[in-house]
Each structure stands twice: as structure tokens, then as C-alpha cells.
Design a protein around this ligand. Structure first.
Ligand SMILES: Cc1cc2nc3c(=O)[nH]c(=O)nc-3n(C[C@H](O)[C@H](O)[C@H](O)COP(=O)(O)OP(=O)(O)OC[C@H]3O[C@@H](n4cnc5c(N)ncnc54)[C@H](O)[C@@H]3O)c2cc1C
Length: 506
């Protein structure tokens, strides 16, 4: 792209981010202030994050109330009652530990209800009436909604069929315009070893979704009629190629030539850059041939912990970048490429971030190129709603990603809640510093510095995949090897497993 971006440009981005932050502070309501204070209490007591994670992860797995009560009792006695709890919550927890745990059929549903209530800003109740009320409220605020039924990686085909049915019902619901779908929820046996078979099954299921979406119409608040929209979320690295193949091959079917759909790319994967180019070239050809544009939502990536666990289990290098500077730089590089006018005619962009500098960067770049109509700003429901309102005020647009779970599905919310907890607390993340954030503070300077550094780094950050493998050209150090492993200075190291997502050779 032309070197339109000068230091004046970065100064303008910083000015816009500052403007939004100040406006968001003005808009913040008492409830939002209370949540921010609670988050600050949690950050000042790192053990609290461990307890909360264990409570969500361990505490509520069982369907037996007695077992849940035992787990909570055990956690509280091992780690203590979290410091960030309000006085009234600490009192209730003491009451539970002394009496409530002996009557789990009464106390445990109350705890679950309380957790559900506390997370109801970010996880919308999926019961018909509650969901209807929420959608109506957002509609009256001019917010477009993107619904996601929480839950991932279903274990069996029965559950996959249920999930598919729910998505189809969503698409037929006149109140729902847009849904996000994880491929791991519509097929339970995704396997890189059976790549073509997996893609074939996903194509059948995606076809049902796209067919329903294109047969339905949503009428926005301003009377504008639009076809329904299905976006594929991006999950783990191992599913990246499968998700892209299922997406493009389904849309290549003649019946979907005129149908628009979306996919997510994660900037924390260096691989995403070249995939964005491939998808864009494919979409440009599709549009030249008279087809409909597609959409890419650019995110940074929320499954870092999962990627780290997976790679350590198999002796692989982690697939994402190992530092935030590279991730932020790659995000901007992808935004730069996506905004080039001939690209954005074929691939609309969703800019999904809670980092005001990223949003301001995209807003100013879109203004520069005059392509604002082809981008949408996307945030998560309930994360920083005052910031959402500030941005919507000035851009007039907001697509809010709304995770939904009914009471019975609340167990599905656990992974999502833990990802959000990570996003709110990881050292370098914007949200960690966003509580009570003032634009004349050290925290703001730290975030601004992150932006400036990554802005200058965006053209040089490496695009090379972090994980590669060539099983067809391997050298084995036979004299030093023992079984499948290798001795390095006397230390045994396992041979890395084969990563079937990469194939055997280059
Ligand atoms: C509408 C919407 C939809 C989303 N859909 C998806 C999706 O489909 N798939 C998905 O994976 N995520 C999704 N996300 C989450 C997203 O990936 C980001 O994790 C999240 O929004 C934080 O990025 P940020 O730009 O807001 O904040 P920032 O604070 O600027 O960035 C935080 C991110 O930087 C990266 N990071 C932080 N520290 C390090 C480090 N030390 N090393 C390497 N990387 C680091 C991580 O990716 C982390 O999430 C979505 C987010 C939104 C708002």
C-alpha cells in the first residue's frame, strides 16, 4: 500500500483513542464502575484469579449437587474465600461453608443462580422471553447483534445435530440477524488425518445453514432488509485449514454464489497473514465472476492457553507468536492489507477488539481510504459497555457479539468465562489496564507506547509459521538416540509427535 501513514497519522490515531477513552469515562454508569472496582480488587490479589478459575472449572462440572458442594468446600478451605468478593458475598460463602454445604440441593442451585446473575452482562440468558427482551433493548439502542450459543467441541453426533438444529432455528427467528458458529459444534469427529472427509461433512452442514440464511430476511430498525448472516469463529490452530477449506468450498457451490458469509482470522498466528491474502484473492475472483463478497473478522486470538497446552503435550513449538508486539503488529498489517480498496470491495472487514488504539487505527485508515461502509466494529457483549457506547456514538456502528446460554447450558459458559478472565487479567492486555483508565496516567502511556511500537513494527514482523514439519526429510541422530527420543547432553527428549494438521512434508 502507499505510504499514506505518516507520524501525523499515528498522532491522529492516538488522539481518537484518547477522545473515545475520555468519552467512555463520562458515559460509565454506577454498575459499570462497581464492576471495574471489583476487577481492580481481583488484580491486586493474584490468588483470586486462581481460585475463581478453579471454581468455574472444577466446581460445577458435576451434575450432582452434593459433589459440587464438596468441590467448593474443598477449594475454599484450601485457598480461602477470594479477597475480591464483596462483604455480603464473603458472608454468604461462610454461611455455605458452615451450613449450606450440608443441604446441597438447596444451596448449590442458589450459587449457580448467583454466578449466572453475576455473568449476565456478558452471557445473555438463552430462555426465549429473556433473549427476546435483550434483543429488543439492543435493537432500540441501534446495536446490531451477533448471536453465539456457547459451547464448543461437542463429543457426539447427537449433540452436533442438536446444535445445528439450534442454529437453523436462530436463522428462522425474525429477531436474529447474525449468528457465529464454531465448526467444532456442528461436527464431533473433526480430524486433520481425514481432512477431505471432515471438509465434506462440514460442507453438508454449512450448506444447510447458508441455505436457510439466504432464504430468510432480517429487517433492521431503520427498515433496511438484509439476508441473514453466518460467521465462522476461529478456534484452535489445528482447525485453521479445515475451517478455511470448508468455508471456501461451500461458498464455491453454485447455489451460494450470491450469498455472503464470514470467517475469522487470528492475528496471533503468523500463518493468518498469507491465509488472508489467499482468501482475498479467491474472493476477488468470486466477485469478478459476479459473486457476492465475503467478510473476514480480524481478531488477535483468544485460545493462547489452549495452544500452549496442546503444543507442550506434543513437543511442538506453539503456533502463535510468543510476544504481544508481534501480535499487535500483525493485526495492523492485516488491517492495512484488508483496507486496500480493491481488497475490501471483495472482503468486508470486521474489526474485533477492545483495544481503543486498534479500533482508532482501523477507523482512521477506513476514513483515509473512504471505505468506512465496508467495515464494522465488533465488541463482546458486557465487556466494556461504556466504551462500546462511546465508539458507537462517533462511528454510528456496532456489531455486538452476544454469547447465549440457557440455565441448563450454563456449563458450556465455563470455557468462555475463563477466556474472558484471561483477557481481563493478562499482563500486557489492554483490558487489564482499562479499569479506571485515565488518559494522563502511566497505564495510558504504557498502552500508547504498545501502539506506537507495534505500528512501526507492522511491516517487518515475520510472517513465517512458528510450527513446521517435514516428516519426509528427517535426520535421526541414531548414535545418540534411545527409542523414539534423543539424548542431548544426557537429557532424554521425546521425539515430537507428528502434527497431522501440517501434513507430512512441505
Ligand atoms: C467480536 C469479537 C469476536 C471474537 N471472535 C474470536 C474468534 O472467533 N476467535 C478467537 O480466537 N478470538 C475471538 N475474539 C477474541 C479476540 O481474539 C481477542 O483475544 C480479544 O478481543 C483481545 O484482543 P484485543 O485487541 O481486544 O486486546 P489486546 O489487549 O490489545 O490484545 C490481547 C491479545 O493479545 C495477544 N497477547 C497478549 N499477550 C501476549 C503475549 N505475551 N504473547 C503473544 N500474544 C499475546 C492475545 O491474543 C490476547 O488475546 C473475538 C473478540 C471479539 C471482540
Amino acid at each position: 500500500m502507499k505510504s499514506c501513514i505518516t507520524d501525523t497519522f499515528s498522532q491522529e490515531v492516538i488522539a481518537l483513542a484518547e477522545f473515545w477513552q475520555k468519552r467512555a469515562n463520562e458515559l460509565m454508569g454506577p454498575e459499570e464502575r462497581a464492576i471495574q472496582e471489583m476487577m481492580m480488587r481481583m488484580l491486586s490479589s493474584p490468588l483470586d484469579k486462581v481460585i475463581l478459575t478453579k471454581m468455574m472449572d472444577q466446581g460445577f462440572r458435576s451434575s450432582s449437587y452434593g459433589r459440587v458442594a464438596d468441590q467448593i468446600n474443598d477449594l475454599m478451605r484450601t485457598y480461602g474465600i477470594p479477597e475480591f468478593f464483596r462483604v455480603s458475598e464473603k458472608l454468604l460463602m461462610r454461611l455455605f461453608l458452615s451450613m449450606g454445604r450440608y443441604v446441597p440441593a438447596i444451596s448449590v442451585p442458589k450459587i449457580i443462580e448467583k454466578m449466572r446473575f453475576d455473568s449476565s452482562r456478558s452471557i445473555i440468558a438463552g430462555e426465549a422471553e429473556a433473549l427476546h427482551r435483550h434483543l429488543q433493548m439492543r435493537r432500540s439502542e441501534g446495536v446490531r447483534m451477533n448471536l453465539n450459543h456457547l459451547g464448543e467441541a461437542v463429543l457426539g453426533e447427537e449433540e452436533a445435530a442438536d446444535r445445528l438444529k439450534t442454529y437453523l432455528e436462530d436463522l428462522q427467528n425474525p429477531e436474529i440477524e447474525y449468528i457465529s458458529v464454531k465448526i467444532s459444534t456442528i461436527f464431533s469427529q473433526i480430524s486433520s488425518l481425514a481432512f477431505e472427509h471432515t471438509v465434506k461433512i462440514l460442507m453438508e452442514r454449512l450448506s444447510r445453514l447458508y441455505r436457510t440464511a439466504q432464504s430468510q430476511c432480517f429487517i433492521r430498525e431503520n427498515g433496511f432488509r438484509t439476508p441473514k448472516f453466518v460467521n465462522l469463529d476461529m478456534e484452535e490452530y489445528r482447525d485453521l485449514d479445515i475451517t478455511c477449506a470448508a468455508f471456501t468450498q461451500t461458498l464455491d457451490e453454485p447455489e451460494f454464489k450470491m450469498h455472503s458469509a464470514g470467517i475469522v482470522l487470528q492475528a496471533y498466528l503468523p500463518d493468518s497473514c498469507d491465509i488472508q491474502i489467499e482468501l482475498t484473492e479467491w474472493a476477488k475472483k468470486r466477485v469478478v465472476d459476479g459473486g457476492a463478497p465475503i467478510k473476514i473478522r480480524i481478531v488477535k486470538g483468544a485460545n493462547m492457553e489452549m495452544e500452549l497446552v496442546e503444543s507442550s503435550l506434543h513437543n511442538w513449538p506453539p503456533a502463535p507468536y510468543d510476544n504481544k508486539l508481534d501480535v499487535d503488529a500483525n493485526f495492523k498489517r492485516m488491517v492495512d492489507y484488508g483496507m486496500i480498496p480493491e481488497n475490501i470491495q471483495a472482503v468486508y472487514l470486521g474489526i474485533a477488539s477492545h483495544n481503543l488504539f486498534e479500533l482508532a487505527y482501523a477507523a482512521n485508515l477506513a476514513k483515509h481510504f473512504g471505505v468506512g461502509a465496508n467495515i464494522s466494529f465488533e465488541m463482546l457483549e458486557g465487556m466494556v459497555d461504556h466504551v462500546r457506547r462511546a465508539i458507537q456514538e462517533s462511528t454510528g456502528d456496532m456489531l455486538l457479539y452476544a454469547p447465549v446460554a440457557t440455565r441448563d447450558q450454563f456449563i458450556n459458559a465455563i470455557a468462555y468465562l475463563i477466556r474472558r478472565l484471561d483477557e481481563n487479567t493478562a499482563e500486557e492486555n489492554f483490558l487489564r489496564h482499562s479499569f479506571n483508565l485515565k488518559t494522563d496516567s502511566k497505564a495510558w502511556d504504557f498502552l500508547k507506547d504498545q501502539f506506537v511500537k507495534s505500528y512501526h513494527h507492522r511491516k517487518i514482523v515475520s510472517k513465517a509459521a512458528k510450527r513446521s514439519q517435514n516428516r519426509l526429510a528427517e535426520t535421526f541422530l541414531s548414535k545418540r538416540s534411545f527409542g523414539a527420543g534423543t539424548f542431548y547432553s544426557g537429557e532424554f527428549t521425546n521425539e515430537a509427535d507428528t502434527d497431522w494438521a501440517l501434513g507430512l512434508g512441505p
